[in-house]
Design a binder for this molecule. Structure first.
Ligand SMILES: [Fe+2]
Ligand SMILES: [Fe+2]
Length: 267
């Protein structure tokens, strides 16, 4: 584990924006669907710090390697939000603090409930909760990276492609840590395997589901992951979950895409 965390910490840092010409978007703007996706990604990247608050109330805060990782991770995610905010601003949209403050006010009550339930579950689950947290993190990072890859393909904008390539590289560092920790901790504990499987099956929803309105979650999932090409990405992620100890055949992504696409059609 030291190798994983040390190599991540060596590479971690603020997203490099050298050579990214945000003014390109003024001359050649993105399609409305791509912009709508970026609003979602901006909000969710900036929400990472609130998610971290909940995590630090769990037994995860006792492990210094995990807290070192989380310290760098939240910093990197914040700069992803800032970079996406500059794309929104180049389209004349509000981004950064005013947009985030409005979102947090709207979700204050929901947030209090999520914090309370995190604390209650962590107290009940003890150390097994950390295995669940690492597994949940791995799945969320896999789907985030896949979401950026799909958006890059669908938008077909060279400046966005370069920006997302750099963000995806950092998401890859997050994946390495979460996935290796998840595999190791699950392999060590049948109880952690059972708790994780139980929680994923009942509670897992695509990244941002607890923060963003349901119609935005439905739009994003449908836009990025419905259809043959999208399914290629989601089945690859379901295959990675299958290979984690005790987590075979959950089909989390396939189930979420089919449920949310149905909602989109009904809307
Ligand atoms: Fe990110
Ligand atoms: Fe990430």
């Amino acid at each position: 584990m030291r190798t994983t965390i040390e190599s991540y910490m060596q590479r971690a840092g603020r997203l490099n924006l050298d050579g990214i010409e945000f003014d390109d978007f003024r001359d050649s703007p993105l399609a409305p669907e791509a912009l709508r996706s970026l609003r979602y990604m901006h909000d969710v990247e900036h929400h990472t710090v609130c998610y971290l608050r909940d995590l630090l109330l769990t037994p995860a805060h006792r492990d210094p390697d995990i807290t070192s990782f989380l310290s760098c991770w939240v910093f990197e995610e914040m700069w992803h939000g800032e970079a996406i905010g500059r794309v929104l601003e180049a389209h004349g949209e509000e981004a950064g603090a005013p947009r985030i403050a409005a979102l947090r006010t709207k979700h204050r009550r929901k947030e209090a409930l999520s914090t309370l339930s995190t604390v209650a579950s962590a107290a009940f689950a003890g150390r097994a909760f950390t295995a669940l947290h690492m597994t949940w993190g791995a799945i969320n990072e896999w789907t985030t990276q896949a979401g950026y890859a799909r958006l890059s393909e669908k938008a077909g904008h060279p400046t966005l492609r370069e920006l997302l390539k750099r963000i995806m590289r950092q998401e890859g560092g997050h994946i390495d840590f979460y996935a290796s920790e998840a595999a190791r901790r699950l392999a060590e504990s049948p109880r952690a395997q059972r708790l994780t499987r139980f929680a994923l099956k009942r509670l897992w929803r695509p990244v941002g589901s607890g923060v963003m309105p349901q119609e935005e979650v439905g739009f994003l999932v449908g836009y990025l992951f419905d259809g043959d090409e999208g399914r290629r990405f989601t089945s690859r992620i379901d295959g990675r979950v299958d290979r984690l100890p005790g987590q075979a055949d959950l089909h989390l992504l396939a189930t979420a895409v089919s449920r949310l696409s149905r909602l989109e059609i009904a809307a």
